[in-house]
Design a protein around this ligand. Structure first.
Ligand code: NAD
Length: 329
């Protein structure tokens, strides 16, 4: 049997980097594509094309064979500080939509059928996520649509784009809605990092007896999914007969202050929480895993605390390294 081939768009990113490792472990020949290499780990891809997926010519060059599996994860994105301030709205919409239009069309031309698209829980309507104790993120609650960010609107548009290609071009695209993925080898500083990584960094850098700043009143709720489980769900969905959209997330909902408390507990340090105003997003969000359980017979099960421990240890090591480099230079 010939070796299976996969294309991972966004392979220089956090989830893409982990996905490449997984596909390599399964014996695939993998091409990664991104604007940049992953800054935290050497890529395991057999071939890595650096370039801009907004450029049609570049996309044509990298989609040069009938890949068995294509994973489209490239997007202009970041944490709340990037998505919710409004300053990046035009870029977020233009860049991500252009990438999706280009990649999907080139896949169609090459007769590639299995294409995975990573949407986000940010596309769920804001009005269903006002109660922190009882957010509604069932897949069929998506319409009438009312995401709280342009990032969410672009995801919604692109979900529909992939499913329209299934309907009109006989493709077998699969759409997942990721809920707050975290883990090692992700962005942990610079403004695009998400809450778990930001908290691990703040706690690791805090003075003993000091405090860390947490945005909002800390009572907003979220769930967070460890990256290995995200990759598992991604691969399972693409190879299934269910097109989605389906949530890939954890149902272990916590308040943001609980999350901060968990990180502090894991660190063993004497650090307090100080709640300050900041960009927030919706009041409550949790994954609803009824549909994935039903359609894939699988759902994530790794405890949040175990994933946070691995992530905290990794970020602490990165901070030590950075400081040692500074001291040495
Ligand atoms: P990431 O930012 O680490 O990875 C995205 C990658 O896309 C980056 O490496 C970036 O350089 C690349 N990219 C952006 N524009 C590009 C372009 N024009 N050409 C080529 N590459 C380009 O993000 P991630 O956390 O790995 O997320 C992957 C996907 O999952 C994204 O589509 C994101 O919207 C979605 N998602 C992620 C989360 C999460 O919590 N991480 C949640 C919901 C949805």
């Amino acid at each position: 049997m010939s070796q299976k081939t996969a294309l991972v768009c966004g392979a220089g990113g956090f989830i893409g980097g982990h996905l490449v490792k997984r596909l390599k472990a399964e014996g695939f020949w993998v091409r990664g594509v991104d604007l940049k290499f992953n800054e935290h780990a050497e890529t395991q891809a057999d071939d890595f094309a650096i370039g801009d997926l907004r450029e049609q010519d570049f996309v044509r060059r990298v989609v040069d064979r009938p890949f068995d599996e294509v994973y489209q994860l490239a997007a202009d994105m970041g944490g709340a500080g990037y998505i919710f301030t409004g300053e990046n709205d035009a870029n977020v919409m233009h860049n991500s939509a252009t990438i999706n239009l280009n990649v999907l069309e080139e896949c169609r031309k090459r007769n590639i059928r299995r294409v995975f698209y990573s949407s986000s829980a940010c596309m769920y309507p804001e009005h269903n996520q006002l109660d922190p104790d009882n957010p509604n993120c069932a897949e069929d609650s998506a319409y009438p649509a009312n995401p709280d960010s342009e990032y969410g609107w672009e995801k919604l548009f692109s979900e529909r784009l992939y499913l329209a290609y299934n309907r009109n071009h006989g493709m077998q695209c699969r759409v997942a809605r990721y809920h707050n993925i975290f883990g090692p080898e992700g962005t942990w500083d610079g403004g695009r990092e998400k809450a778990p990584a930001a908290m691990c960094r703040k706690v690791a850098l805090a003075e003993d007896g000091g405090s860390i700043e947490v945005w909002g009143d800390g009572q907003q709720t979220r769930s967070f999914l460890y990256v290995d489980e995200c990759v598992e769900g991604t691969v399972r969905l693409l190879r299934s007969e269910f097109e989605g959209p389906v949530n890939i997330g954890s149902e272990e909902m916590v308040t943001i202050n609980d999350l901060a408390g968990m990180v502090i507990g894991i660190s063993g340090r004497d650090v307090a929480i100080e709640n300050i105003p900041g960009p927030l997003g919706v009041r409550g969000r949790n994954s609803d895993n009824r549909l994935i359980r039903k359609m894939l017979g699988w759902e994530p099960s790794y405890p949040l605390r175990d994933g946070i421990k691995i992530t905290y240890d990794w970020i602490s090591t990165q901070i030590d390294r950075k400081h040692n480099i500074r001291r040495a230079s």
